[in-house]
Design a protein around this ligand. Structure first.
Ligand code: NAD
Length: 324
């Protein structure tokens, strides 16, 4: 099986590619990535010399490139996206372009080339916010940010291509990922790298927003299960099982880096900030045998250690994006 991985130079996509090629160094994988501000080609350095691996520098919105690249592939795992909610609030256009139009371009090419599986990687944010209980795969979509709305649009397009064209599509929706190689604008790596440098961290509002945290390697294992065993036209939740508030998370990061609460700067809340996300992931557990393996305590400690050891990876990215 030859797999096309879009967005494979990003945080989750690169973990997915490294993982597949570590398990089977002869696996056939093509990465298609535009290398936007969050794409890092060096994330794929460990696999760059392997015989089945190929990298194409290109845009998923470019129909000609996508059509050329799609030829000869049996499956698509689609990660490429604009991903940062704050950026979607200050400018939604790239989110609609890449997340909606880019997904449509890929789906058209997948139909044309008779691809046998298309995995659309998505997010719990498409459901909006939930005070109590957890969303099932049948919960209504009610996205609140332009990012989440663009992901909901791309999920609906992918499912429509299944119903209209018979393309074998599965959609995965996961909770907040964390781990090594995450671009340092996202909460966990931003806070860790600021604290390593003795700088304050910005906590939104009262810090009471609740997120479920999922280690990136557990997420990628879930995607692999869906790639090989997911039913066509179905949505699968991939959860981590660790719900905590941003304030509690901040406390853990302060403790891990040896700092106190004087390092926290409270900033006005994000516009339309969802209060709580929570996924019921019993479907993937029952059908495909998924369960998260990495405890949050262990995963967070490893993540902090990785950023301490890999300043050369994150410092230039932070400087280029002027993050503080
Ligand atoms: P990321 O921002 O780290 O990586 C995105 C990658 O996509 C980058 O390599 C970038 O260069 C590439 N890309 C962007 N626009 C492109 C385009 N037009 N053409 C080709 N490549 C393009 O993102 P991530 O955190 O790895 O997220 C990957 C996927 O997982 C996204 O679809 C995202 O919505 C989803 N997701 C992420 C999380 C999370 O917590 N990070 C949670 C739920 C879902």
């Amino acid at each position: 099986m030859r797999i096309l991985v879009t967005g494979g130079a990003g945080f989750i996509g690169s973990e997915f590619v490294r993982r597949l090629l570590e398990a089977d160094p002869r696996a056939a994988i093509t990465v298609l990535d535009k290398i936007t501000y969050s794409g890092v080609r060096e994330n794929l350095a460990p696999v760059a010399g392997l015989p089945g691996y190929a990298f194409v520098h290109g845009d998923i919105c470019d129909a000609r490139t996508v059509n050329d690249v799609m030829s000869g592939h049996d499956a698509v795992v689609h990660f490429a996206a604009e991903t940062h909610v704050d950026r979607s609030i200050s400018g939604a256009a790239p989110f609609v372009r890449t997340n909606v139009v880019g997904t449509q371009v890929l789906l058209d090419a997948a139909v044309r080339h008779r691809v046998s599986k298309f995995v659309q990687v998505s997010t719990d944010e498409v459901y909006g916010s939930i005070d109590d209980g957890s969303w099932t795969e049948e919960s209504p979509l009610a996205p609140n940010s332009p990012y989440a709305a663009s992901k909901a649009g791309s999920d609906l397009l992918a499912l429509a291509y299944h119903r209209t064209h018979g393309l074998d599509v599965s959609v995965t929706r996961c909770s907040n990922n964390y781990g090594h190689h995450q671009f340092p604008e996202k909460l966990i790596p931003l806070f860790i790298t600021n604290l390593i440098d003795g700088r304050q961290v910005p906590l939104y509002g009262d810090g009471g927003n609740v997120r479920d945290w999922l280690h990136v390697s557990d997420h990628c294992r879930g995607i692999e299960l869906v790639l090989h065993g997911g039913r066509a036209g179905e949505v699968y939740h991939i959860g981590g099982g660790t719900e905590i508030t941003n304030k509690e998370l901040t406390g853990l990061l302060l403790e891990a880096t040896g700092h106190g609460w004087q390092m926290v700067r409270q900033v006005p809340d994000r516009k339309g900030h969802d209060r709580r996300y929570s996924l019921d992931f019993s479907r993937i557990r029952q059908e495909l045998g998924y369960r998260p393996r990495i405890s949050f305590v262990e995963g967070l400690a490893d993540t902090v250690a990785w950023y301490v050891d890999n300043r050369a990876w994150w410092q230039p990215l932070k400087a280029r994006a002027a993050l503080s």
